[in-house]
Design a protein around this ligand. Sequence first.
Ligand SMILES: C[S@@+](CC[C@H](N)C(=O)[O-])C[C@H]1O[C@@H](n2cnc3c(N)ncnc32)[C@H](O)[C@@H]1O
Length: 282
Amino acid sequence: MDSDQTNPVVNYYNRTESKVGYQVFLGGTKHFGFYNKGDRMWSFRAALRRMEDRLGESLALPRGSYVLDAGCGMGDVASRLADKFGLRVKGIDILDFNVSEAQKRVNERGLSDRVSVELMDYSNLSFEDGTFDGVYTMETLVHASSPEEVLRGLFRVLKPGGRLVMFEYSRDPQAAVSAKVNYAFAKVNELSAMPSFQRFDHGVLEQLIAATGFEKVAVEDITANMLPMVHGFSIIGWVPYQVAKWLNKTHKLVNAMSAVEFWKYRKHFRYNIYTACKPEEN
Ligand SMILES: C[S@@+](CC[C@H](N)C(=O)[O-])C[C@H]1O[C@@H](n2cnc3c(N)ncnc32)[C@H](O)[C@@H]1O
């Protein structure tokens, strides 16, 4: 199966700005970094590894546990969890160039006994029921056209007692913010193929997780810990974004636009860690 070129998510990540930007600034990794007080804003790679460590700590699974990385990108998160936390990871992604690069990186790191990667849509999982001890998404569910369907699939492939962890954004409700904020979010979400982020008012995703059947649902707001990277990207992206606006070509510089607009409207979104468990069988 090749990536579906009619899929807006595939088209978003296939753009030159996206490929070059992620490669140059983040080495191909596609998530935000985590900053403690005093950490240097421009040390992006160190911040990425700290965020991946937060994910490993949130999963809190014993070494040797088998986990699903839904939307694994280039496999850097999976590699970190295998290397530092001793997890066995199955990565899936909808983009064929991500899957081939992820498998290459895993092999080069000598982790192929613990990590494998496959081209698969997280809306249509082909795994048996109860395959995994844990499942996680790192900034990927926002791309889903039906998060309810994705959550049902993740629930199905988890073992009873298995753990769900999601690092995802939420936003102020449309009715609570100005037309300018609504316009900026709608535009970024449309051009970045994030229909679920458009829907994820604060409180919505945890309700969806609970409605799927998960228990012990918890949310931790770590926005303050990721904002330094948004700030850094807004500085990098400001001039290109102004030029793109002047030329009426903002659709060519979506990441620069997102960085500038999200920094400007940083009070109106949150970056959250969602955790939950599939109930044990009675
Ligand atoms: C922001 S990137 C995060 C990548 C990776 N989790 C990381 O942290 O580096 C979102 C990823 O989700 C993947 N993705 C989006 N929709 C997907 C779907 N329906 N099935 C599988 N992967 C998907 C994209 O291809 C992309 O690699």
